[in-house]
Design a protein around this ligand. Structure first.
Ligand SMILES: NC(=O)c1ccc[n+]([C@@H]2O[C@H](COP(=O)([O-])OP(=O)(O)OC[C@H]3O[C@@H](n4cnc5c(N)ncnc54)[C@H](OP(=O)(O)O)[C@@H]3O)[C@@H](O)[C@H]2O)c1
Length: 378
């Protein structure tokens, strides 16, 4: 084992537990650090974003305002009707934090070249003082990429790139994207502009139209506008988009997009009740709205709605595409794939209901970054 001084022995980590009797508890649990295997490293975590997928594990079905402080923890009742959805996590104190970055402070015998390196990593348990990782699984950050920027180089960048790769692999030529002013959406705007891919951005506020136009987006439609359906159809016709990625999931939007894709097709030479033969596909890849997905089927019978998850997509796209995407993310880390954070907090701040209420809003420009070194002892 090779180590920097002083040797850390214990680590706090944020845990979310839902009990079988219907309580959610958030707590900071402190544990002994394990011995490292020869190829492993210990990373002192210095940055980890709070992504919507982390919030889903953190809070489950609980609204942050329901949380009450109780001897150093936060707790709230989980409605009995919701418990079945969480069957596979009941009684388990789940660690949180999909991705992050920090400094290697101890290495196993076969990973000594990484001692002191600033690295980014992916794979859970990042909301902790320290995180054990395989030396071959970390990404060494170049001088030009700050640790904060390195913390968000997996989930959103690879998902945005995988959307364009999926479009090509499945024979589509342009995209529709919803909740498009998100960090991921802004990355997709820059990718599509650079790659010459048509992109219809759907947002829900006029200021988000301005934001994306400022980034160079050509087609931005506001779902709160009275003319939304016509503008969406026109933009889809202009780009030829037949594939959409929908981060919202609930409500009528997925069906509205399929309807607009159908209306954007040229008139059929001979009528059929089955609509255009062109495949129109929506992938729901987020759950910003948990209400039911409503499909008013006005778009014939050549369509699909499915779920979309980064890890599944990477498996489908294969090793060569994944390597290409990773290389591009690193090369364009501070430009195309830059994320924006509204505030940086320590690990202990996550037990402040006001902080949780702010992050749970998932509003444009309000992403938080966690830096455990802010309140780490020693
Ligand atoms: N499936 C996957 O593998 C995968 C991978 C990565 C990311 N994702 C998903 O990608 C999405 C974007 O992530 P991010 O980190 O880029 O988000 P972010 O920067 O936190 O932005 C969230 C965006 O969602 C909008 N929003 C929130 N609630 C909404 C609602 N009910 N209806 C419409 N818009 C709403 C916000 O707009 P307002 O300001 O108007 O609220 C904001 O622009 C998330 O849904 C995330 O779960 C999925």
């Amino acid at each position: 084992m090779t180590t920097s001084q002083p040797t850390p022995r214990r680590s706090r980590s944020l845990r979310s537990t839902i009990t079988a009797d219907g309580h959610l508890t958030l707590s900071l649990q402190e544990r002994e650090l394990p011995e490292l295997a020869a190829d492993e490293v210990l990373v002192a975590v210095e940055a980890s974003p709070i992504n919507p997928s982390d919030i889903a594990v953190l809070l489950g079905p609980v609204a942050p305002e329901a949380l009450e402080a109780e001897s150093g923890t936060l707790t709230a009742a989980v409605p009995e009707a919701a418990l079945g959805l969480f069957r596979d996590r009941l009684g388990k104190p789940l660690p949180i934090g999909n991705e992050g970055a920090g400094t290697v402070v101890i290495t196993g015998a076969d990973a000594t070249e990484l001692l002191g390196a600033r690295v980014a990593l992916f794979g859970g348990s990042m909301w902790a003082d320290y995180r054990v990782a395989s030396g071959s699984g970390v990404l060494v950050l170049p001088e030009s990429v700050s640790t904060a920027a390195g913390a968000s180089l997996f989930v959103n960048p690879l998902t945005a790139l995988s959307m364009v790769e999926t479009m090509r692999a499945e024979g589509h030529h342009a995209l529709v994207h919803t909740a498009a002013a998100s960090n991921l959406g802004q990355m997709l705007v820059r990718i599509c502009a650079a790659d010459g891919v048509g992109l219809v951005n759907v947002v829900r506020r006029p200021e988000q139209v301005e934001l994306l136009r400022g980034l160079g987006a050509e087609f931005v439609v506001d779902s709160s506008a009275a003319s939304f359906r016509e503008e969406l159809t026109d933009a889809i016709r202009a780009t030829g988009a037949t594939l959409a990625f929908d981060a919202i999931g609930g409500g009528t939007l997925a069906g509205d997009i399929l309807g607009a894709m159908e209306r954007a097709q040229p008139p059929l030479a001979s009528y059929t009740p089955y609509g255009s033969p062109v495949l129109k596909q929506v992938y729901i890849y987020g759950a910003l709205d948990f209400s039911p997905t409503v499909l008013r089927r006005t778009f014939g019978l050549t369509w699909g709605v499915g779920g979309y998850l980064l890890t599944n997509a990477l498996g489908r796209l294969g090793g060569e595409a994944v390597e290409r995407m990773r290389a591009r993310v690193l090369a364009e880390a501070t430009t195309t794939f830059a994320s924006h954070y509204a505030r940086t907090v320590g690990l202990g701040d996550l037990l402040d209901p006001a902080v949780l209420a702010a992050v749970a809003e998932r509003r444009t420009g309000s992403k938080y970054l966690i830096d455990p070194s802010r309140d780490r002892a020693g």
